[in-house]
Structures are given as structure tokens and as C-alpha cells.
Write a protein that binds this ligand. Structure first.
Ligand SMILES: [Zn+2]
Ligand SMILES: [Zn+2]
Length: 276
């Protein structure tokens, strides 16, 4: 069991900063304006980091020797005297800076991504860092803080309950994620379903193609394509509505798979028919 190095709480949540191939980066403060460097700072040794649910501290590790070299080479001496100690080794040879990630467009600020997030969640920087980052030049321990309240509510709304994040769900009332449930599960789902039903009714169906004009099919093919559209709508419905429903959610994965299979068969059939 992991323990928070700051407040000793054991309510610790695993998550990631960047990806395995591109872990997050610690960029020391005071970089010279025209310095030339292939890296923008010191990369974390792994993408996996931990966050404390009680005080919001997020921590990981950088390689201290590399960070020291980087600072000597690319940073001016800010002359700032560290006001704190390393949370791990109590050293006061600390570097302040910023954490950022480069695995997705840098438009989005670096955020701690808790494990167990559902696909298609609308998560934009909900777990952004609220403080400056600090890294220890002796042991490589690096940390920054996020809002623990925001992290808890983010996990409750956007993540599936797993043994790893169960502590974040303690005392939570069953989530009523009604916006995603109704907008995604009914609003979005009804578009392909409505179109599919219309195709069945009119006997015509259209398929957008990457090259060439829109395909207009009739008869049997139209019925197959219409079923595929309806299956796609059903997929959204099972994902957003059933997936977030207190009792129905256990059926959601199986129904989603079935809907996807029907959709794939329908589209696959159409594609094969065009070629053979
Ligand atoms: Zn803590
Ligand atoms: Zn240290």
C-alpha cells in the first residue's frame, strides 16, 4: 500500500502523466530564452504516478543527475532559495518548475489522469496542477499538487470503480451522470437510429465514402445498411445510458459488443459488395 509522502494518508490513487512512451516532463524554472535543447526538461522515469486524495499532492520521479545537468546547461541561476524540503529525503537542493506533457497537443494543460477512466469521457483538464512543481536534485523525487476535491469528483463521475480507485468512491452517492446519460444515450443515439428507421421506411440508404460520391443503395442492401446505422445508435445508447445506469450498467459491455458486431457486419457486407 502506498503512502502519501506529505500527509501520510494511504488514500492514494494511481494514475498517469503522459504515456509509457512519452512520460511527463519536468521543466525547471528560469530557462534561458535562447538555449538550444532537444528536450524541454527532464522526463519522468515512468508515466505512472500517484496522487493523494487527501492533500492532492501528485508525485513521481525524475533522474536527479540528468536534471542537474539540464539545469546547469540551460537555466540561469534564479538565485531563489528553496523554502521547502524534499518530501522524501528532506534535502533542500530543490528545483522549481512546471510539469507538462507532450503526448497530445500542448493545447491542453498537463493533468493527472487517474486510472480506470471510461472511454469517450468529456474530460478537459479537470485534474490540472494548481501549484508549481518541485523536484529534488538529490533523490529525483518530483511533485506538484492538484485539488483533491476535484480529483475525487472527477473519479466518481468519469471512472469505473476498480480496486485501485475504490477509496475515491467512499461515501459517494451513486453517480447520476444525467447529462452524459441523456445527451449521449438518447440525443446522440437517436440520430443514427432515426436515420436507420427512415432508410428502412424509404427503401433507400446512403453511405458516405472517402473517395467518390455518396453511395445510394436500395432494396436488400439498404436494409443491411439501415440495420448497421440502427446498431450504431444502439451502441451509443448502451454506452452512455446503460453504462451509467445504476442497475443496467452490468449489461452494458455485452450489449455494446453485440451492437458493434452488427454494425461491423453491416458495413463489412456493404464494402465487400462494392468490391466483388
Ligand atoms: Zn497527502
Ligand atoms: Zn529528495
Amino acid at each position: 500500500m502506498s503512502q502519501c509522502p506529505k500527509c501520510n494518508s494511504t488514500r492514494v490513487i494511481p494514475g498517469t502523466l503522459g504515456t509509457d512512451r512519452k512520460p511527463g516532463i519536468f521543466r525547471p524554472a528560469g530557462m534561458r530564452s535562447f538555449t538550444v535543447s532537444a528536450d524541454a526538461g527532464s522526463r519522468f522515469t515512468a508515466a505512472g504516478v500517484l496522487a493523494c486524495l487527501d492533500c492532492g499532492v501528485v508525485w513521481g520521479a525524475v533522474t536527479p543527475a540528468k536534471l542537474e545537468v539540464f539545469i546547469k546547461r540551460h537555466c540561469r541561476d534564479t538565485g531563489s532559495v528553496p523554502t521547502s524540503q524534499c518530501l522524501k529525503c528532506s534535502s533542500n537542493r530543490l528545483a522549481t518548475g512546471k510539469i507538462f506533457t507532450d503526448h497530445k497537443p500542448s493545447l491542453l494543460p498537463a493533468a493527472f489522469e487517474p486510472v480506470g477512466q471510461r472511454f469517450f469521457t468529456l474530460a478537459l483538464g479537470a485534474t490540472r496542477f494548481t501549484t508549481e512543481a518541485v523536484a529534488c536534485l538529490d533523490c529525483g523525487f518530483a511533485w506538484a499538487s492538484i485539488s483533491p476535491e476535484k480529483l475525487r469528483s472527477f473519479i466518481q463521475r468519469k471512472c469505473d470503480l476498480t480496486p485501485d480507485n475504490a477509496v475515491a468512491f467512499e461515501g459517494a452517492k451513486p453517480s447520476s451522470d444525467w447529462k452524459e446519460m441523456w445527451i449521449g444515450g438518447i440525443g446522440v443515439a437517436l440520430i443514427p437510429i432515426g436515420y436507420g428507421v427512415y432508410c428502412l421506411y424509404s427503401g433507400h440508404a446512403h453511405l458516405l465514402r472517402r473517395h467518390g460520391p455518396v453511395l445510394d443503395v436500395q432494396g436488400w442492401e439498404a436494409a443491411v445498411l439501415a440495420s448497421a446505422y440502427i446498431a450504431l445508435g444502439a451502441f451509443f445508447h448502451f454506452h452512455f445510458f446503460w453504462g451509467r445506469h445504476a442497475r443496467l450498467h452490468i449489461w452494458s459491455p455485452r450489449l455494446k459488443k453485440a451492437a458493434l458486431l452488427i454494425f461491423a457486419c453491416g458495413v463489412g457486407y456493404m464494402v465487400l459488395r462494392r468490391f466483388f
